[in-house]
Ligand binder design. Structure first.
Ligand code: HEC
Ligand code: HEC
Ligand code: HEC
Length: 383
């Protein structure tokens, strides 16, 4: 009798072979022979392959991303820098702040970004920061779908990062009055253990908002001085509970207990509200149009007069309605645009539903006009 081996692939054989492969992989996993130790690192070829896949994935998936033309705006850069210090530096390090030794033991590790930035285009960086990188420990942006504008602020900063001096970084990330206290991930690297004392909390807010609540770097941060403590607390609690969307403020608020949120709300409510320095003179025609909307509303869309709730006027209003007078126009515009979007990207406190209905249907021109009007008003306490 002769041996005959036939090599025909039949469906049954293919299925058996596939089962054998799956079984082999499972058995290998079950055996515990694969070494998951970070100390053993990746083989050079695995490392090369993973990066090859990552780089190609980022480039393909960011093809449709449109890059805005304001990435040189100093306010945008300062906003991104403020977040970088608490949200990224803890892993990637920063000028004058080398990566923590613990981070260097991650596989893959969070790289020093200085030499990496020039290898990417802005839209690639946008995609990485917005979506994060799977299997690598690089997190996605908090509220990524709602707040692409914030992701761009980080990209604006990253583009300036290569070669940045320690001094420039400190000023951009901590503000001029900085005292080095940073919350967030960086706190893990720089602060000793134990509950944060209130002074630390305020020092972190002050990096961006100043101790006086007037912000810094033009319109990089909203003015929170002299806003009612009720509104400030509602806003902070909404961020902390992911009911108001911001990849910058959600982590800042969520790391604090409510007692701290109430205390900082009281602090900022007690600060005098003044006119922001260096604001551009508004366009009188735009302001006039905005005033009409604020006082009379918009008949076509049934938009009520904003002044009923936000002033100007001296009647006592609900303290949950924020003051808009003297606020940066760009900030007011952003908030209105977020509400105007069909899927409501703003969220907010217990009364925010009111604003969603009001902002819905407002045109870009209405938004610009009414924001410009409120920004032009003197920020008097009773507005
Ligand atoms: C928990 C740690 C961690 C945090 C926080 C983090 N990253 Fe990363 N990041 C990583 C790791 C790990 C990688 C490496 C991914 C890889 O090698 O595939 C990475 C990769 C990157 C890259 C791509 C670098 C390259 O290989 O070219 C950029 C850009 C980046 N991060 C920016 C940021 C920014 C901006 C922030 C803050 C908004 C941030 N990261 C926050 C861990 C972190
Ligand atoms: C990294 C910079 C940064 C830090 C730190 C920071 N903020 Fe903010 N804050 C912002 C930005 C940017 C916004 C605008 C967010 C938005 O568009 O919703 C904001 C918004 C706010 C608002 C909402 C203002 C309004 O009119 O609705 C409040 C209140 C606030 N911050 C308070 C605080 C407090 C209190 C702290 C400290 C616990 C703090 N922030 C820490 C950058 C920061
Ligand atoms: C019925 C009362 C009411 C009316 C009318 C009203 N608002 Fe509001 N507005 C609110 C409330 C309440 C909030 C706070 C929402 C939140 O964040 O929880 C708010 C918040 C805002 C904010 C965000 C402020 C900040 O600091 O983040 C803007 C901007 C705003 N309103 C603009 C307008 C404009 C423009 C109009 C007129 C077209 C208007 N509002 C009409 C009640 C009102």
């Amino acid at each position: 009798m002769k041996w005959r081996v036939d090599f025909f692939i039949t469906p049954l054989r293919a299925a058996l072979a596939a089962l054998a492969v799956v079984g082999g992989v499972l058995a290998f996993g079950w055996s515990g022979l694969f070494n998951v130790a970070a100390t053993s690192g990746h083989w050079p070829i695995t490392d090369w392959f993973l990066h090859y896949v990552m780089i190609n994935s980022v480039k393909t998936r960011s093809l449709a991303v449109e890059t805005p033309n304001n990435l040189d705006d100093p306010a945008l850069i300062a906003r991104g820098a403020g977040h970088y210090a608490s949200g990224c530096a803890g892993c990637h390090g920063a000028p004058g702040r080398p990566r923590n030794p613990v981070i260097r033991e991650m596989v893959p590790t969070a790289p020093d970004l200085d030499p990496k930035i020039p290898t990417w285009e802005p839209k690639h960086l946008f995609w990485i920061v917005k979506n994060g990188v799977k299997y690598a420990g690089m997190p996605a942006w908090v509220s990524a779908e709602e707040r692409e504008d914030e992701v761009w602020s980080v990209v604006a900063f990253l583009l300036k990062l290569p070669g940045m001096s320690d001094e420039t970084y400190r000023r951009l990330a901590m503000g001029a009055e900085n005292d080095g206290a940073v919350g967030g991930l960086t706190a893990l690297a720089h602060r000793s253990q134990g509950p944060a004392p209130r002074e630390d909390v305020l020092a972190d807010c002050a990096r961006c908002h100043g101790r006086d609540g007037m912000g810094r770097d033009g319109d990089a941060f909203p003015i929170i001085a002299g806003q009612s403590a009720d509104y400030l607390y509602d806003a902070l609690a909404a961020y902390a509970q992911n009911k108001r969307y911001s990849g910058i403020m959600e982590p800042a608020a969520a790391r604090l207990p409510y007692s701290d949120l109430a205390a900082v709300a009281e602090h900022y409510a007690a600060q005098p509200r003044s006119a922001p320095a260096g604001a551009k003179p508004p366009d009188p025609a735009l302001v006039a149009r905005g005033e009409k909307i604020a006082r009379e509303g918009l008949r076509d869309t049934g938009t009520p007069a904003c002044a009923n709730c936000h002033g100007p006027g001296s009647e006592a209003r609900n303290p949950a309605y924020p003051k808009l007078a003297g606020q940066h126009a760009s900030y007011l515009e952003t908030q209105l645009r977020l509400w105007e979007k069909e899927h409501d990207s703003r969220g907010g406190g217990p009364f925010s539903e009111i604003m969603r209905k009001i902002a819905f249907g407002m045109t870009e021109a209405d938004i610009k006009a009414v924001a410009s009007y409120y920004a032009s008003l003197p920020p008097t306490p009773e507005q």
